[in-house]
Design a protein around this ligand. Structure first.
Ligand code: 5GP
Length: 120
C-alpha cells in the first residue's frame, strides 16, 4: 500500500471524477481509459488500493483473482471474449506506470500489435 494521499482512481471510484463505467462489483471497478490505445480499452481496478500488481498478489491473492475475473466479465460485456483481448499490468517506471493504484488494462476489439517472444 502506498502513502495516504488519495489516488486519481479512488476519486473515480468515489464518483468525484466522472468516468464511463463499464462494470462494478463488491471488490472491483471498471471504466474506459480516457486515452484509448485500442477500440476497447477498459481499466479494471480493485476498490482497495495497492500500488501495483506485485503488492496486490503478495497481500491479497483473492482480490487479484477478483480483478482478473472482472477483466473476463468486461471482455464478455464488450463482445471481445471470443475475438481475443490483452490484459496488461504496467508495473513501475520502466513499464510506464503512471497511476499508482493497481489497474489492469483490458485491450481489444481489433488486431493488436503482436507482442511476445517471436514477435520482436
Ligand atoms: P498506467 O500508465 O499507469 O498503466 O495507466 C494509467 C492509465 O490511466 C492511462 O492509460 C491513462 O490514459 C488513464 N487515465 C489517466 N487519467 C485518467 C482519467 O482521468 N480518467 C480515465 N478514465 N483514465 C485516465
Amino acid at each position: 500500500m502506498s502513502d495516504g494521499a488519495e489516488t486519481l482512481f479512488e476519486r473515480i471510484i468515489a464518483g468525484e471524477i466522472p468516468a464511463d463505467v463499464v462494470h462494478q462489483d463488491a471488490t472491483t471497478f471498471a471504466f474506459r481509459d480516457i486515452n484509448p490505445q485500442a477500440r476497447v480499452h477498459v481499466l479494471v481496478v480493485p476498490r482497495k488500493r495497492y500500488r501495483n500488481v506485485g503488492e496486490l498478489a503478495a497481500a491479497d491473492p483473492q482480490l487479484l483473482a477478483d480483478v482478473l475475473s472482472a477483466c473476463r466479465k468486461v471482455a464478455e460485456l464488450e463482445g471481445i471474449g471470443e475475438s481475443g483481448y490483452r490484459v496488461v499490468f504496467n508495473t513501475g517506471a520502466d513499464a510506464g506506470q503512471t497511476v499508482f493504484h493497481v489497474h489492469a488494462h483490458v485491450l481489444g476489439g481489433e488486431q493488436l500489435a503482436l507482442f511476445g517472444s517471436g514477435h520482436r
